[in-house]
Write a protein that binds this ligand. Structure first.
Ligand code: NAD
Ligand code: TDX
Length: 339
């Protein structure tokens, strides 16, 4: 294991989104010596409420776009690391309109790694297991760091592109980088467009949950707290130039997750609609995270999916003011798509 990197002043891009804000809260709670500058454009997916109430002397908010070179030239100097979460993150949106995905995920990453080079700043790139495409249901294989890239959707192809840029910047310019590719996250503060919060909030609103296709697609669920602890471990102890897969052995098919949500919320397990499938829908994701566990000693702490799901459901029950303002528009978009 390499010596731990001592960090004082980090930038978190996308720190007002679901996973980025979890990371900000995680660092505030566990690493009192670290100051965080959040850069976030507050797109439809960003919400300043996600970092509200954190101490002002620990977390500074900069409202801005990662594609803005002048902004990066102003903000990046004086920081010792960038942790890059900002992205357009939703597959269905990327199918309807890929353009913002190219801008933010590809051009935005390009601007950030140029700034990291220019100001000699450590860079951690947050990516997804979707860059590896999908696995068959009857295949026992899991993704590893050696799996060839084979992205299926506009979203995952832009994430794959950004990973490639970061790898090339390491080889050519010696960018001080690491990359992590994580599986599906769940937890509080996730936008209601995503599978688990969509179904929970549908039930709370009296709308029937919507399952794509046959519902047998498998996702490898990880509690977002465990994603944050893994990113911190890689940022501070990871070997430069390396990729680490993050996962918590949480494979479940969508119909089983939906049954769990309905049961926990006191509904009939069959009280949902089958809707049109997602075009190009990946069948199965599964992560082998043994490199991360072996090299950095990381283990997930929140592996009881049902109890994590109960906590997540309680959070959406208790925080209607957070999601209600965007719920109707999200469902209107889906119903236009027949989903
Ligand atoms: P999210 O959509 O909830 O949040 C994205 C955040 O980025 C928002 O706050 C948004 O305002 C901000 N943003 C978007 N474009 C921006 C721009 N051009 N400039 C500055 N800020 C911008 O996304 P998330 O689910 O929290 O995902 C965060 C990261 O984790 C993404 O890179 C995603 O690819 C990756 N990831 C997500 C998952 C998952 O299950 N959600 C799994 C693996 C990896
Ligand atoms: O209403 C729905 N019904 C449904 O059956 C929705 C919104 C989704 N689904 C299915 C599609 C997927 O098989 O549920 C599964 C999960 O869907 P999403 O929440 O859209 O996630 P996914 O497409 O798997 O991608 C997520 O994990 C990897 C994140 O959104 C990405 O940002 C991350 O990279």
């Amino acid at each position: 294991m390499t010596e731990k990197l001592a960090l004082k002043n980090i930038i978190v891009t996308g720190g007002c989104g679901f996973i980025g804000s979890n990371f900000v809260r995680y660092v505030v709670r566990n690493h009192p010596e670290v100051h965080i500058t959040v850069i976030d454009a507050l797109t439809y997916a960003g919400n300043i409420e996600n970092i509200a109430g954190l101490p002002r002397d620990r977390v500074e908010f900069v409202h801005g776009n990662i594609c803005d070179e002048d902004l990066l030239n102003r903000v990046v100097p004086g920081h010792d690391a960038i942790v890059h979460y900002a992205a357009e993150s939703h597959n269905d949106n990327s199918i309807a309109n890929p353009e913002p995905f190219i801008q933010t995920n590809v051009v935005g990453t390009f601007r950030l790694i140029q700034a990291a080079r220019k100001f000699d700043v450590r860079y951690h790139h947050v990516s997804t297991d979707e860059v590896y495409g999908d696995l068959a249901l009857d295949d026992s294989a899991r993704f590893t760091e050696e799996t060839p890239y084979r992205p299926s959707s506009p979203y995952s192809s832009t994430k794959a592109s950004s990973d490639m840029l970061v790898r090339a910047w390491f080889r050519t310019y010696g960018l001080k980088m690491t990359i992590s590719n994580c599986s599906n996250n769940y937890g509080p503060y996730q936008h209601v467009e995503k599978f688990i919060p969509r179904q929970i909030t549908n039930i709370l609103e009296g709308i029937r949950p919507k399952l794509y296709g046959d519902g047998l697609n498998v996702r490898d669920w990880i509690n977002t707290e465990d994603h944050s602890s893994a990113v911190w471990a890689i940022l501070t102890q990871g070997r430069l130039g390396e990729t680490y897969l993050i996962g918590a052995d949480g494979e479940r098919d969508n119909i089983t997750v939906l049954h769990d949500i309905l049961r926990v919320m006191g509904k009939d397990e069959n009280d949902f609609d089958h809707v049109k499938d997602r075009p190009g829908h990946d069948r199965r994701y599964a992560i082998d995270s043994s490199k991360l566990r072996r090299e950095l000693g990381w283990t997930p702490a929140h592996t009881d999916f049902e109890s994590g799901l109960r906590e997540t459901i309680d959070w959406y029950r208790g925080n209607r003011q957070w999601w209600e303002p965007v719920k109707a528009a999200t469902e209107a978009r889906y119903s236009q798509q027949g989903q």
